[in-house]
Ligand binder design. Structure first.
Ligand SMILES: C[S@@+](CC[C@H](N)C(=O)[O-])C[C@H]1O[C@@H](n2cnc3c(N)ncnc32)[C@H](O)[C@@H]1O
Length: 223
């Protein structure tokens, strides 16, 4: 009976999705487990406050901008983005770790509703909502980077910008993740060629790419 063949085909077809789900849930559990120590333990939160202020200038945030902070963690950047966007602006932080979101809401009690538990691959927002989609210190952990970029592009307004950034090079990030635990050991920042291929398909424009000591920066604009 062909039923047996069909079953095999279905099983093979579903495998990548299942493996993807397992990796995703391991990563989520990893970030849940470190959420309570994130602010006191991690270098950029404790030691690089001035550097973070300078870093924010790279996002070219204007008064009135609507900003989406992808992988916001405990809301480290929230106050900075809010100040730059001003009273007419709006900042939303999303993170797939409910523990990170809980900490962010506790830290920013008047802005609780602006922190949402969601996955970067499937954003719970209407198309053309944001002026800036910012992915600070999160992009290596996104398992389907192409899909995440497409989602960011969807929620960006025309002339809006997706900015992916880190306070160190892709090389250093790879070394940090290698020692950080199996859930993130292979999480990486892609080379320029990967971005060029991805954005070609979706009609976005690569404005800037830097991968050097102390900075990884990618700016992608929606036409
Ligand atoms: C290295 S932490 C950085 C957090 C914050 N941006 C900061 O700099 O303090 C990466 C964050 O990305 C989140 N993250 C990873 N994969 C995600 C996904 N698929 N969707 C949403 N958030 C994700 C993690 O839960 C974690 O909070």
């Amino acid at each position: 009976m062909p039923g047996g063949v069909a079953e095999k085909e279905i099983a093979a077809y579903m495998l990548p999705q299942r493996i993807g789900d397992i990796i995703l849930s391991k990563r989520r559990a990893f970030f849940d487990s470190i959420a309570s120590v994130w602010d006191e333990r991690f270098y950029h939160v404790t030691k690089e406050q001035k550097n973070l202020d300078r870093h924010c200038a790279l996002y070219d945030i204007k008064k009135g901008h609507k900003i989406l902070d992808i992988g916001c963690g405990t809301g480290v950047m929230f106050g900075r983005f809010k100040k730059l966007a001003g009273k007419r602006g709006r900042v939303i932080g999303i993170d797939f770790s409910s523990a990170m979101i809980k900490h962010a809401r506790n830290k920013h009690k008047n802005d609780k509703k602006n922190f949402i538990c969601a996955d970067a691959h499937c954003l719970p927002f209407e198309s053309k909502t944001f002026d800036r989609v910012i992915c600070f210190s999160c992009f290596p952990h996104l398992s389907d980077k192409k899909k995440a970029i497409k989602e960011a592009a969807r929620v960006l307004k025309s002339k809006g910008m997706l900015v992916i950034s880190h306070l160190c090079s892709s090389r250093k990030i790879a070394a940090i993740h290698k020692c950080a635990g199996t859930a993130v050991a292979k999480d990486f920042l892609p080379p320029k060629t990967d971005f060029l291929l991805t954005i070609k398909d979706i009609g976005m424009q690569l404005l800037e790419f830097k991968d050097e000591k102390g900075l990884y920066l990618v700016k992608i604009r929606k036409p």
